[in-house]
Design a binder for this molecule. Structure first.
Ligand SMILES: *Cc1c(COP(=O)(O)O)cnc(C)c1O
Length: 252
């Protein structure tokens, strides 16, 4: 892939993020662009690095591990790259998350959290982690069920209990929520899901026992992809996960 094309796409996406941030009265620097390189080879990561990108997102561990190794073989281990694992982790693969992810966006079960924390403790690492929440209620979506969180006190209690349990695990640093927009939805409906996710994050932050658990670093909201990252920025996203707008359509 041509470095000049990637550079042009990168500038355009950055400009769109900055404009959406300014329109919402936000500082563009508060938004981190996570370049989603899934299905693209390590050469594409290296080209993106060359034009200035530093945050990369992968959704399959089978791909993250060798790609990170290939990139580090060229750039070394202290290139400044931050690797975001944005996919669902299966419990038998938590060792790979612990070894290869720098940020984990999609924690959706306590069983995974416990295994991951144990693996991280063995490695002597802590992993900034976001809980994935299913706010749209689509059955195909992963994440804690928060489809009716505003009025469903059982959903509220479940999420608060899960977040507290995660925050108590020594290997994980709880730092926010992640969500996926509904697939076939109008921009207005997508924006509503993002807004409800932000309100949920605020609701949770007020109730987490942060005085007792100072390791909580509540600061992130991961939402928005190629088709909707401007709506996500308008609603408070701090991490946007963008693939196709940077690298073009994936082949797979
Ligand atoms: C693929 C993927 C993205 C990026 O999607 P684009 O439409 O290419 O921007 C973002 N988040 C997750 C979880 C993904 O799997």
């Amino acid at each position: 892939m041509d470095v000049d094309v990637i550079a042009g796409n990168y500038a355009a996406v950055q400009e769109r993020i900055a404009r959406a941030a300014r329109n919402a009265g936000r500082d563009p620097h508060d938004i981190t662009l996570v370049a989603v390189t899934k299905t693209w080879p390590a050469e594409v990561v290296l080209a993106a690095y060359e034009v200035g990108m530093r945050h990369f997102g992968e959704n399959r561990l089978e791909e993250l591990a060798p790609k990170r190794q290939a990139v580090e073989a060229v750039l070394g281990a202290s290139s400044g790259i931050v690797w975001h694992f944005i996919g669902t982790a299966q419990s038998r693969k938590t060792d790979l998350v612990a070894a290869y992810a720098d940020v984990f966006h999609a924690l959706d079960r306590l069983k995974i959290a416990r295994r991951l924390s144990a693996a991280l403790t063995t490695l002597g690492r802590t992993l900034p982690t976001l809980l994935e929440v299913n706010v749209s209620g689509e059955a195909s979506k992963a994440g804690f069920d928060c489809s009716h969180w505003e009025e469903d006190t059982a959903q509220q209690a479940d999420l608060l209990a899960a977040a507290t349990a995660v925050a108590e695990l020594p290997g994980l640093q709880l730092c926010g929520l992640m969500t996926m927009a509904p697939w076939e939805a109008t921009p207005a409906d997508v924006q509503t899901v993002f807004r409800r996710t932000r309100l949920l994050a605020d609701w949770l932050q007020q109730r987490l026992p942060q005085a007792r658990l100072p390791q909580i670093a509540w600061s992130h909201l991961s939402m928005g992809m190629t088709d909707d990252f401007e709506l996500a920025v308008a609603e408070g996203a701090t991490l946007v996960r963008v693939g196709r707008a940077l690298f073009g359509e994936r082949q797979e």
